[in-house]
Design a protein around this ligand. Structure first.
Ligand code: GLN
Length: 528
């Protein structure tokens, strides 16, 4: 099939769920085609790796080590694919490449301009990703709202992409908002009309409008949008508010979206949403209910731990169990774990709240409360064990205390030389060799596993023996045996931690094994 492009832009306001809308379209199409998503961010950071998760949400990490926008989490989970560094553009990345080209003399003395040079560079990037990934369908999400200065160049790039690939091979989907103001109690189409006006000024006519609304759009409002935007009523869809974003592919499909896309772009498709729907129903009609605590420092913003929540959602379907999340702010030492069936200590950086995390872990270890430590959570579990079981004094990670007597977590010599921010971390997928007979082996059902990483510090190899002698099982290590990837405690309901981030690869159809283990033992503890 001739490669097709589908561009998703947003209007009216941000936060309408463009990422979910595009991931849902991808979900419908990826059942039969190789679909590759591209996300364009307007900010000048080269990648979100150095951005505060409170401001930006979780930093998503890919197998290839790229630190990307959290929308890639939606793409991977909804499309069941492994994304790549090149599939995320930021203006920071674009400008740094343009500058390099200019310094190298690639422009042969020409004046380098926003249009056409920068916008052509972006367009060529879209074409390159399509070719290199051998995609049948390329989805392009333009971040922000049309009319924002910072995404103008992306909008111009997709306009020029249309000229390059031909109108018959590209579709423009515009996501807007239809409010129902209180007191007026009527669906209003004006914001949609205005944002389509913006798009037209940039030379783009939308082919499909998806309107976010708290109700299904009425015929009347569809007629209005249709008349103003030169679309037929069938080309206008509702992205109705849902309690579970995994329902959006079903919502779109019910309105005939995949057939319309296929007709317009001249291919055929018959998505099969059977299993997807069944799994959503399993968590909706739950049989049991448990509460899992997440003990961390960014608990004020759930988006910082988006993938952890997702992984729990996947387990919720798997066990047909409602999982309530209780946030525990570990800066507050008086934490309350009553009514908690399992605890997650997630990743983190810096000293804030770490003694609280260590106290929470100690409580889990001593009270047989199911515990899963992720990244910093593993490091804290090792510190807790070294202090309270091995009896080592002045024990810490050198991230918090450079001069402690027993640095059980530190930076390995080979990592010390790297100084460029964003370049200092162990990033991306790394393999681990799993020890036979461990819980981790049983959960993964494999002796070699790969998970994604994002950290600087490691369990100090000088302490491996001391920890093991006191009963800590190093259930998975790097192939050279130097790096600790998984730990667990025997004779405990569930006390497992990993240096990786298994939540990043969890999907509805295939939940992350260590999360399944935590939830399963939390259920067992509560109901048996
Ligand atoms: N701060 C720790 C490190 O850099 C853990 C990082 C994380 O939890 N992602 O090693």
């Amino acid at each position: 099939m001739q490669r097709k492009y589908l561009v998703v832009t947003g209007g009216v306001l941000s936060g309408l769920g463009k990422g979910i809308a595009m991931a849902s379209i991808g979900n419908l199409l990826s059942s039969q085609y190789k679909v590759v998503p591209i996300k364009c961010d307007g900010y000048l950071n080269v990648d979100p790796g150095t951005m505060n998760p409170i401001e930006h949400g979780e930093v998503f990490v890919l197998d290839d080590g790229a630190e990307v926008d959290m929308d890639f989490g939606h793409y991977e989970r909804f499309l069941g694919i492994t994304c790549k560094y090149d599939w995320n553009l930021t203006m920071g990345k674009v400008f740094s490449e343009i500058r390099e080209k200019e310094r190298r003399g690639d422009y042969l003395g020409k004046t380098v301009q926003m249009v056409p040079h920068v916008s052509n560079f972006i367009r060529n990037h879209f074409l390159k990703v399509g070719e290199e990934s051998d995609a049948e369908i390329v989805l392009i999400e333009i971040g922000g709202t049309v009319g924002d200065m910072e995404n103008d160049l992306y909008v111009d790039a997709v306009r020029s992409l249309m000229q390059t690939v031909g109108k018959e091979n590209i579709l423009f989907v515009h996501l807007t908002y239809v409010p129902i103001p209180s007191g007026v109690d009527e669906q209003k189409s004006k914001p949609t009309q205005q944002s389509v006006g913006f798009l037209r000024q940039k030379g783009i006519e939308p082919d499909i409008i998806i309107a976010r609304c708290s109700e299904m759009l009425t015929e009347n409002v569809k007629q209005k949008i249709s008349a103003f935007c030169n679309l037929s009523v069938e080309e206008i869809f509702t992205a109705i508010d849902v309690d579970d974003v995994y329902k959006i592919p079903l919502v779109f499909e019910k309105q005939g979206l995949s057939q319309l896309l296929a007709r317009k772009l001249n291919f055929s498709i018959l998505p099969d949403l059977g299993r997807w729907e069944e799994l959503i129903k399993k968590r909706e009609n739950y049989e049991k209910e448990i509460t899992i605590a997440i003990a961390g420092k960014y608990t004020s913003l759930e988006d910082s731990y988006a993938s952890i929540i997702e992984a729990l959602n996947h387990c919720s379907s798997n066990f047909s169990t409602k999982i309530n999340v209780r946030w525990i702010d570990t800066e507050n030492k008086d934490f309350d774990l009553s009514g908690i069936d399992g605890v997650i200590v997630p990743g983190g950086f810096g000293s804030r709240g770490i003694e609280g995390k260590i106290d929470v872990i100690k409580y889990c270890r001593e009270n047989n409360l199911p515990f899963l430590g992720i990244c910093y959570g593993l490091q804290m579990a090792v510190i807790e064990f070294a202090r309270n079981v091995c009896g080592l004094s002045s024990t810490n990670t050198t991230e918090v205390d450079e001069n402690c007597a027993n640095p059980v977590v530190n930076i390995l010599d080979e990592q010390k030389g790297i100084s460029n921010l964003g370049g200092t971390m162990r990033l991306g997928a790394y393999p681990a060799i799993i020890r036979e007979g461990t819980k981790v082996e049983k959960l993964y059902d494999s002796q070699e596993v790969s998970e994604r990483h994002r950290h600087r510090y490691e369990v100090n190899p000088q302490y491996h023996n001391i920890l093991q002698d006191s009963g800590l099982i190093l259930s998975g290590v790097s192939p050279n045996g130097k790096l600790v990837e998984f730990i667990e405690l025997p004779n405990h309901n569930y006390f497992v931690a990993t240096q990786g981030h298994p939540e990043l690869k969890s999907t509805l159809l295939k939940p992350a094994p260590l999360f399944l283990g935590l939830v399963e033992s939390a259920i067992r503890k509560k109901f048996e």
